[in-house]
Design a protein around this ligand. Structure first.
Ligand code: GLA
Length: 390
């Protein structure tokens, strides 16, 4: 495991916070993710191509003899507790929701021991890098080890996705939890969000790096706009279901030809939302083919197209994300860039030639700052393996 260094003495860490215990301590390390392409397709049963990056949420964990779960977050410097026997079904609007959601979700299928957790993270929250999915999977993997559940990472991802939807109350698709759970080193994860099939697509890590431009900006609308987009896509599904003489259950059922044949019957902005999703699915497939053929420039071009579509048709971008993509595009060594995550702030993911990535990072930072007055966090990452626990 590569990022255990800062958690290399979980016993010490847990004892500092919770006192002595004779229980065995475990560590789970859980990466953030970027999405190379496939924006807002997951909840439309479409295709996505995320990858895990080397920034992590780590959890040190040890069991307790009672049914209490106590967790300490270094970031918030607070201890929160709940009981596995007498769980409060309501989310609190706090980081503990992710811990409680996952524990209560797993407790529905398994008898769990209480636990103590220390959460340490270098993955910023609100940056569109899935810090919540990373925390969920870290907790799930630690609970799995402490209780010898022997669940697969796929099963843990499912539990975490349910925790996020049913307990935390965020109506997200499956991409984030699957990316954090199932990614492989130096690969992107080609995920079919309909049948949940995954394929690891090798990424040319020696020559190309992933660059993340975290704008550090988050706008208010994220959640309401996300739910509104979902509803507009459902409206599109209902309209296509009426036009076509076959059953349409999601936008995945709509081909480009279907869209072109019937698009005039769709009202704005449902038409634009559907156009984005239908063509974005095609772009993901083309990006996968291009990666397989070693045509990384094509992947980059598709990323720019994806961003334009998210900006103009799906309308989930914002000024800072657009500036970040524009700034990236001015760099000769950047091959492509797009917003990653839900939108309205957060991060842009780009592909940059490895040999000149340092210069590109500095230039992007400088240029973004001069155009926005915001100091972005710009860094290059390798693509790493999904969650692990020892
Ligand atoms: C968020 C959600 C994901 C996905 C993306 C948009 O990250 O959690 O499920 O819908 O937005 O692609």
């Amino acid at each position: 495991m590569n990022n255990l260094l800062n958690m290399n003495d979980p016993d010490y860490l847990l004892t500092t916070i919770f006192g002595e215990s004779n229980q065995q301590a475990f560590v789970a390390i859980s990466p953030g993710r970027v999405n190379l392409i496939g924006g807002h397709t997951d909840y439309n049963e479409g295709f996505v191509l995320p990858a895990a990056i080397g920034q992590y949420v780590n959890v040190a964990a040890r069991p307790r003899t009672d049914k209490t779960v106590a967790a300490y977050s270094e970031e918030y410097d607070e201890i929160r507790e709940f009981s596995l026997e007498d769980a409060d079904p309501d989310a609190k609007g706090s980081w503990i929701d992710y811990v409680e959601g996952v524990c209560t979700q797993l407790a529905q299928d398994h008898a769990l021991r209480g636990a103590e957790f220390v959460v340490r993270s270098d993955l910023p929250s609100g940056a569109g890098l899935s810090s919540s999915a990373a925390l969920e999977l870290a907790v799930a993997a630690a609970v799995d080890r402490m209780n010898d559940l022997e669940c697969s990472n796929r099963t843990l991802a499912r539990h975490c996705w349910r925790a996020e939807n049913e307990f935390v109350g965020v109506n997200c698709g499956i991409m984030d939890q699957y990316a954090v759970a199932l990614s492989a080193e130096n690969s992107a994860l080609f995920l079919d969000c309909r049948d949940e099939a995954v394929e690891h697509i090798p990424f040319p890590a020696e020559t190309v790096n992933a660059v993340v431009i975290n704008t550090t900006v988050t706008h208010e609308l994220v959640e309401s706009a996300y739910n509104e987009r979902r509803a507009q896509c459902e409206r599109g599904v209902a309209l296509f279901d009426r036009c076509l003489d076959r059953e349409v259950t999601s936008l995945r059922d709509i081909s480009i030809d279907d869209f072109e044949a019937y698009q005039e019957r769709l009202p704005a902005p449902v038409r634009e939302r559907c156009e984005h999703v239908v063509y974005e699915n095609r772009r993901v497939q083309r990006a996968v083919d291009a990666l397989r053929e070693g045509e990384i420039e094509t992947v980059g071009d598709l990323m720019y197209d994806s961003h334009a579509s998210l900006r103009d048709l799906y309308e989930v971008s914002c000024e800072e994300l657009d500036v970040a993509v524009d700034v990236a595009r001015t760099q000769d060594d950047v091959l492509g860039a797009r917003m990653t995550g839900a939108g309205f702030g957060g991060s842009v993911i780009g592909l940059v030639r490895a040999q000149n990535s340092g210069d590109a990072v500095n230039a992007i930072r400088r240029e973004f700052r001069s155009r926005t007055d915001v100091d972005p966090q710009v860094a290059v990452y390798s693509l790493v393996k999904g969650v692990q626990a020892n």
